[in-house]
Structures are given as C-alpha cells and as structure tokens.
Design a protein around this ligand. Structure first.
Ligand code: T5A
Length: 213
C-alpha cells in the first residue's frame, strides 16, 4: 500500500491495443465521480520533457533504436515524469493513474529483444526506485489487439510494426511479470466488452482504496 500521507499510484499495462488507455480513462471517471482526487497520466510522456522524448521513441522505423538505447530513453523520460508529475501529485495525496510505467520497460526492452532484464532492473533501481501500489495488466488476444491498435492509424506504431510474433512474446512477458509481482499485479481478461472489463477493474480498485464505487 501507499506510504502514510501519500496518494496511491495505479498503473495500467498490457500489449499494444489491449484497451488499457480506455480502461485508465474509465477508472479515472469512476473515481472522480466518487470524489477521489485523480490525476491521469501516461508513458512515455506525462511531463513536457518526457512528451518530447515520446516522439523520438514512437515514430520512425522499427530499427531506429537498439533495445539498449531505448532503455536509456524510456528511463530518462520516466525520471522526468516522476520528478515533475507523479511525485508532486502523490505528495498532495492524489490518486495517480498512469497508462504504462516501468513494467513496460521490463517487458518491451527487458524480455523481447534479448535478455536485457538485468540492465533494466539496475537502471530502474538507480534512477527511478518507485513501484506502483496497484497494477492492472489487461490481458488480450494479440491478434485482435494488434488489429485494434493499427486500425487507429496514430502514427505512433513503431512497436506495432514489429508484428504479431512480437506481441505474442510481449503477452507472455506481462503474464510472467504478474507472477513475479503478485502483491500488486492483477491480470484482467481484456477479451470482453469494455463495460465488463471496466466493472472488474473498478471493483478491484475500490477494494484496494477501501471505498465504494
Ligand atoms: N513502450 C512504452 C516501451 O516499449 N517501453 C516502455 O517503457 C513504455 C512506457 C507506446 C509504445 O511504447 C512502448 C509500448 C507501446 O508500443 P502506448 O502509447 O501506450 O505506448 O501505445 P499502445 O499500447 O499501442 O496504446 P494504445 O493506446 O494504442 O492501445 P491501448 O491503450 O492498449 O488500447 P486503447 O484503449 O487505446 O484501445 C484501442 C482501441 O480498441 C478499442 C478502443 O476504443 C480503441 O479504438 N477498445 C475496445 N474495443 C472493444 N472491446 C473492448 N473491450 C475495447 N477496449 C478498447
């Protein structure tokens, strides 16, 4: 749980197109309607410096950066996001809901393009040292998720462009991560209607926050 006098930090994780952004928005709306002071943010991004780094990371050819360079860029963006957005909001007692955080680096850079998890973990403990209180992993059929993600034509498809095999490896990576951090990770079946997923997420969040939604 969060330290005393601090807000609570909730993250959403999953493969590309799994529906986590939609669910982050829904949870914010439900919590706000119940009077919880919520800040919704995202990674990469969430502060002006980190949003600049986001464009470098998500646009261009898939092989634009090596996995090692990506780890450095994502960590630089996260440090700025933590300093400028997350920590100040938590200090004010807010509930911070982030669409992705360090678990994405553990899976995308740490486990899919070589075994770089040790490097990711070292850099995380040196530069970030913060874990969420609660993480929702939206689990989803990679084929459907990839079709959803690409259909949006956002121009930020560098990771979708690695293809279906990459998304399948990512899915296994997120499920393994949930087994590694069972005290904070909840796997939610995303192969259902938006409303069904949102209700389950809200029930878990309410339980963790000790409120009724
Ligand atoms: N990345 C990120 C790393 O490699 N390392 C890192 O450390 C970090 C932080 C950008 C990329 O960066 C990588 C991972 C990513 O590839 P992103 O902006 O979060 O991260 O990109 P995506 O994961 O691709 O995010 P998307 O917004 O595209 O997908 P979401 O959030 O999974 O899905 P969402 O909610 O936008 O929904 C996609 C579509 O599906 C519909 C929605 O309406 C939308 O059109 N939808 C549903 N349809 C039917 N049923 C449901 N239950 C639905 N839920 C949503």
């Amino acid at each position: 749980m969060a330290e005393q006098g601090q807000g609570i930090f909730i993250t959403f994780e999953g493969i590309d197109g799994s529906g986590k952004s939609t669910q982050a928005v829904r949870l914010c709306e439900r919590l706000s309607a119940s009077g919880v002071d919520v800040l919704r943010t995202r990674e990469p991004g969430g502060s002006s410096g980190a949003e600049e780094i986001r464009a470098l990371l998500l646009q261009g050819e898939p092989d634009r950066w090596s996995a090692e360079t990506e780890i450095l860029l994502f960590t630089a963006a996260r440090r700025d996001h933590l300093e400028k957005t997350i920590q100040p909001a938590l200090a004010q007692g807010k509930c911070v809901i982030s669409d992705r955080f360090a678990d994405s680096t553990r899976v995308y850079q740490g486990a899919t393009r070589g075994d770089l998890r040790g490097t990711v973990d070292k850099l995380h403990s040196l530069m970030i040292g913060k874990e969420p209180d609660l993480t929702f992993i939206i689990d989803m059929d990679p084929k459907v998720a990839l079709e959803r993600g690409l259909a949006r034509n956002s121009g930020e498809d560098r990771f979708e462009d690695f293809g279906l095999g990459f998304q399948e490896t990512l899915r296994h990576g997120f499920l393994a991560l949930a087994r590694d951090f069972p005290e904070r990770c909840i796997v939610v079946d995303g192969n259902r209607s938006l409303e069904a997923v949102a209700s389950e997420v809200a029930a878990f969040a309410a339980d963790r926050l000790g409120i009724e939604l």
